[in-house]
Design a protein around this ligand. Structure first.
Ligand SMILES: [Zn+2]
Length: 679
């Protein structure tokens, strides 16, 4: 019942701009929509409004769903071609809202950047929405083709009144293609638009007879308690509704991983076996073989020079050591290998799947070729078969995808997507390859993303325990559509402690911490406290060590082993189940920063405290959240930088928790445990 009530509430604010025209046989026809009440459905968790048009013969469903017991509702528009002609539809927004602005108060919005490439110094944006405010945030899986400096956002936004209960609403998009969210305030009204990015125009999509177009699903929820209030509700909902239940039932999730990329493309059998042995010794839980293992781009067989006995023996060795085995792939890339089963750019069949022809003499990069458009049914079928083979043949427990799964644009006129308008074609050069944006770019991404989701849904069905790492050029595919089709995200492509903390700080506003992976690269650690600082900077969610751990000295080994044991015992349960609070400004590497986890179910939490490089800044107070002012809490300083202590909730929420660290670039974990009434 709650669901329908919520849906009805939102429907009051939602506008229903039904498409006014469509194109049939080159002619633009006005579309007259008639409501079909006999086809509508209003249940406990779903509300469906239905409209039909006679000519062209279309049926439109306007759906609201409440899949979670708590949290946001979801909305989508579905259009089906019931006629016998091909119909061209204009771009249709997922949702348009007009929300009244209260008479007083300070209206705020928050959105966060993806940590793609390297996270920027201020990836969490807090705006004030005054009259005339106008903002648009974009998401795709690429840097902006013309404005590289324009950062993409994780497609979601929160808006709240910053007075009193700090109440408001949030909305986001469950799609990995080209989307945008815009806000515009005019007087006492705030308009929000969410959906596919209509630029460049004219943006349109083809519906063959019997085909269905579905707008990206959007979610919409109400909250109190400012940004962390919204985040704590949204993260739980993502876990409960979008997440894979099997993954969350896995007590090892999020896993402790050892990844081979610290040695780059130089990985081979000897190194892999050495890493597996050391992973076991350190208490890590997965060996992740990164790029460098394959015969060639598009040729996903092990390189016989590096892995003369294949990958099966590596998987077996990992399994014998009690570890899982994960593998990197970039399966939408074609290159020059002529081996059987490889994607070759000159193969006449494959040639037409490419987003554009390659120039004569073209050569792939080490791990990047020319993208095939998986929106083409034959290419989707190839990918489907290839991934099934890789997963089975190499005995995978985890499959990582990287690279450009979703084509940025495509010049082909015989693919399911719209052909490009030549006047809108813009070619950008990246990675030595041609990328195209044109009027069809959004539609190209629409079809490719649908294919990607179908492939992964099928793979998950056939391999229910298989984990999926979502990586797209490091942190470019962080959105709620991929969250529904994978288990964790590579959130940035820069792996030093500060970048890891920045990317985590930003992304954790919107997505469950367990899903946020930090790669921890080799970094100067003259003192053991610097070493722990490096580890912990990547240990607030999912951690993948990206170093040759056999190079660590004895003291570092011992410290790491201790940290990993602590992670399993105390930190991981909080990362999975706790509420998360941003108890400092964005990390800048100079000042202090921190994250608090608090699990109200067992009244236990932790503060990750990081001291930056500032030489004269030995102490900091963190104002905590989530605690009860009338209760008492026991504090335990893991590294012994202060004796254990007892403080009242009132103090911790008021003047705060003081942490003192003598050395710059060091850290502390302060566990907070409520003193029981009987004690
Ligand atoms: Zn195409």
């Amino acid at each position: 019942m709650e669901g329908v009530r919520k849906a009805d509430k939102w429907a009051d604010f939602a506008e229903q701009p039904l498409p006014e025209s469509a194109e049939v046989n080159g002619a633009r026809l006005p579309v007259k929509w008639v409501r079909k009440k006999n086809l509508e459905h209003f249940g406990a968790r779903q509300a469906v409004f239905v409209y039909e048009s006679a000519n062209p013969h279309l049926r439109l469903r306007w759906e609201w769903d409440a899949r979670g017991d708590a949290g946001p509702v979801e909305h989508r528009v579905i259009i089906e071609n019931l006629g016998s002609d091909e119909v061209w539809l204009p771009m249709i927004d997922s949702l348009r809202l007009k929300i009244p602005v209260g008479s007083d108060g300070d209206l705020r919005s928050l959105y966060v950047e993806k940590g793609a490439d390297a996270p920027s110094p201020a990836g969490t944006h807090l705006d004030t929405i005054n009259d005339g405010y106008k903002w648009t945030g974009y998401s795709s899986t690429y840097a902006h083709p013309e404005k590289v400096e324009a950062r993409e956002i994780i497609p979601a936004v929160m808006v709240w009144d910053d007075t009193g209960r700090q109440a408001g609403w949030y909305a986001g998009i469950e799609f990995s293609g080209r989307t945008r969210i815009s806000l515009e305030r005019t007087g006492r009204s705030l308009e929000a638009i969410l959906g596919l990015n209509p630029e460049p125009r004219p943006c349109r999509t083809r519906l063959k007879p019997g085909e269905t177009f579905v707008t990206p699903t959007v979610f919409l929820g109400a909250f109190e308690g400012g940004a962390d209030g919204a985040g704590n509700q949204l993260r739980r909902w993502v876990r409960a509704v979008l997440g894979n239940p099997l993954t969350w039932k896995d007590p090892q999730y999020p896993l402790l991983v050892n990844n081979s990329w610290g040695s780059g493309m130089q990985v081979d059998e000897a190194l892999a076996l050495r890493m597996i042995a050391d992973s076991r010794e350190l208490g890590l839980e997965m060996f992740h073989l990164d790029a460098g293992w394959f015969r060639g781009v598009g040729d996903w067989e092990p390189n016989p020079k590096k892995f003369p006995h294949g990958l099966g023996v590596i998987a077996d060795a990992a399994h014998r050591a009690g570890l899982r085995f994960g593998l990197w792939t970039d399966w939408t890339q074609a290159a020059l290998s002529t081996e059987l089963g490889a994607l070759n750019v000159n193969d006449p069949t494959v040639k037409d799947w490419l987003v554009a022809d390659v120039n004569p003499g073209w050569k792939p990069e080490d791990f990047k070729g020319q993208t095939v458009d998986i929106g083409v049914p034959a290419a989707e079928l190839w990918a489907d078969g290839t991934l099934k083979r890789i997963v089975t043949e190499f005995k995978l427990d985890m499959l990582e995808h990287d690279g450009y799964l979703v084509a940025q644009g495509c010049v082909r006129t015989d693919h399911p997507h719209a052909p490009p308008e030549p006047s809108t074609m813009k070619i950008a050069h990246e990675w030595g390859s041609d990328f195209v944006t044109a009027s069809n770019s959004t539609d190209v991404s629409y079809h490719a993303v649908r294919a990607y989701y179908r492939i992964y849904e099928q793979l998950r069905k056939e391999h229910p325990g298989l984990l999926f790492e979502i990586c797209d050029d490091g942190g470019r595919m962080v959105d709620f559509g991929s969250a529904a089709h994978g288990d964790y995200f590579s959130i940035t492509d820069t792996y030093d402690p500060l970048s890891n903390r920045r990317a985590f700080y930003d992304t954790s506003h919107l997505l469950p911490a367990a899903m946020l992976e930090s790669y921890v690269e080799k970094w100067p650690t003259p003192k053991i406290e610097n070493f722990r600082y490096m580890l912990r900077s990547g240990m607030m969610g999912w951690i993948s060590i990206m170093q040759d751990t056999t190079q660590w000295n004895e003291e570092q080994h011992r410290a790491a082993k201790q940290e990993f044991a602590l992670y399993k015992e105390k930190l991981r349960p909080l990362i999975r189940d706790g509420d998360l609070y941003h108890v400092s400004p964005s990390p800048d590497g100079v000042h202090w920063d921190g994250i608090e986890y608090w699990n109200s179910a067992n009244s236990f939490g932790v503060v990750y405290a990081f001291r930056g490089s500032g030489p004269d800044d030995p102490a900091h107070r963190f104002i905590l959240a989530g605690l009860q002012p009338g209760r008492t809490y026991r504090l335990h300083f893991e590294d012994g930088t202060a004796p254990d202590d007892v403080m009242s909730g009132r103090e911790l929420l008021g003047t705060g928790l003081e942490v003192r660290l003598p050395a710059p670039l060091s850290s502390e974990l302060v566990f907070v445990d409520q003193v029981r009434q009987t004690e």
